[in-house]
Design a protein around this ligand. Structure first.
Ligand code: NAD
Length: 282
């Protein structure tokens, strides 16, 4: 894999949740190319393993593991497996996350005549859907940190990297649970950075802008492949005028997890968004 620059992650054990997915499988390949031993965790072990196989075929060290970030017992079991295979975790990337249609309103704005239409309004949002999305993103960041960051106590050069979102700065329409949960992830990043500061564990986040992936494909593309109206709005609100590609996330990730490059950096969330979070629309 072609890296923007290399950092030294030799002998580091990097644990990545959500590594069966689009973004985190790519980040797994990037840290592996810097010498790390990479544990790719996912609810779907086969997905994680297929990416681990690619890393191994390119000369890297990686293995897929099954773990549910919402289930501490599953994480503890996975932790034992990772310890046996690679040793204690040095760097944790909390990437598992996502939205769910049950926590998404049909319309951007409530209108007076909504009750006469077949619509999923704010008033119809399903509590279990809202809880699922909130938990997946927030609890799904907290629990793996409890399980894997304990390995980092008393070691040098360890860090946690969370994945936030544009929603953490200003909520996007339609997705209140995902927006609130990612705001919680950014807030937790700062809280944990302070909490861990005396024991030398750095905690940071990246906030990807708009990337077209499995998670958001129904919001961005019509079934016939044409862009939705939302896609038009996103691109109009992104000064650089395009979606990001996963390669765009690699530089900030390597910088933040590198003990040399980011030795005094903790509690930051770097937007990687083509200017979206800076643009007022005018
Ligand atoms: P993705 O859907 O491709 O990958 C998410 C992965 O998480 C999947 O492989 C899924 O199986 C796994 N997962 C889901 N629930 C899990 C659980 N309970 N336990 C373990 N694994 C679980 O999504 P992605 O686009 O690669 O997103 C990765 C991260 O980046 C997410 O936190 C997402 O919220 C965030 N993000 C994505 C975008 C974007 O535009 N795609 C933008 C900002 C932030």
């Amino acid at each position: 894999m072609k890296l923007p620059f290399k950092v030294d992650l030799n002998n580091k054990v990097v644990v990545i949740t959500g590594a069966g997915g689009v973004i985190c499988s790519h980040l797994a390949k990037a840290v592996a190319a810097c010498g790390a031993k990479v544990a790719l965790l996912d609810l779907h072990k086969e997905a994680a393993q297929s990416h681990a196989d690619v890393i191994v075929s390119e000369g890297g060290i990686a293995k897929g593991f099954e773990a549910n970030v919402l289930d501490k017992a599953s994480l503890i079991k996975c932790h034992e497996e990772v310890l046996k295979e690679f040793g204690p975790c040095d760097i944790l990337i909390n990437g598992a996350g996502g939205n769910n249609p049950k926590a998404t309103t049909d319309n951007e704005y409530a209108e007076l005549e909504d009750s006469k239409k077949e619509l999923k309004t704010f008033f119809d949002l399903d509590q279990s859907g809202v809880e699922f999305v909130f938990n997946l993103n927030f609890i799904g960041t907290l629990l793996p940190t409890q399980v894997f960051a304990e390995d980092m106590i008393g070691k040098k050069d360890c860090s946690v990297l969370n994945i936030s979102s544009m929603n953490a700065y200003t909520p996007l329409t339609k997705i209140p649970a995902y927006s609130g949960a990612k705001a919680a992830v950014s807030n937790f990043t700062q809280w944990l950075a302070v909490h861990f500061s005396h024991i030398g564990i750095r905690v940071n986040a990246i906030a990807p802008g708009f990337f077209s992936t499995k998670q958001n494909e129904k919001l961005l593309w019509n079934p016939d492949g044409t862009p939705t109206a939302r896609t038009g709005k996103i691109l109009a609100a992104t000064p650089m005028g395009k979606f990001g590609v996963v390669d765009d996330l690699v530089g900030a990730t390597l910088f933040l997890v590198s003990p040399e490059a980011a030795s005094f950096v903790t509690g930051v969330c770097i937007p990687i968004d083509g200017g979206f979070s800076s643009y007022s629309g005018v």
